[in-house]
Ligand binder design. Structure first.
Ligand SMILES: [Zn+2]
Length: 81
């Protein structure tokens, strides 16, 4: 699991729909990657605010926009190709 993969799977992870193998991989990555942990924390808070703390899935359009925004941010921050 690398940073890009984490970003790609992030919304599934936060929705709790990621399969357990992937989730463990992702959590292992989070335990040693501050950048991704920050992204996950920020995104989780954003979702909680957006959903009024209700554990409901994100609407598809919101999910896509969030995803795109995160990928853009990742690309800008990425030091390697
Ligand atoms: Zn990372």
């Amino acid at each position: 699991m690398n940073c890009k993969k984490v970003i790609l799977e992030l919304t599934s992870y936060l929705d709790g729909v990621l399969d357990s193998t992937m989730r463990i991989d992702l959590e292992q990555h989070l335990s040693r990657c501050t950048d991704c942990r920050l992204v996950v924390d920020t995104t989780r808070k954003t979702i909680q605010i957006f959903c009024n703390s209700e554990p409901v899935p994100l609407p598809e359009d919101v999910r896509k926009r969030l995803h795109t925004a995160l990928l853009e941010r990742f690309r800008r921050n990425a030091k390697t190709t």
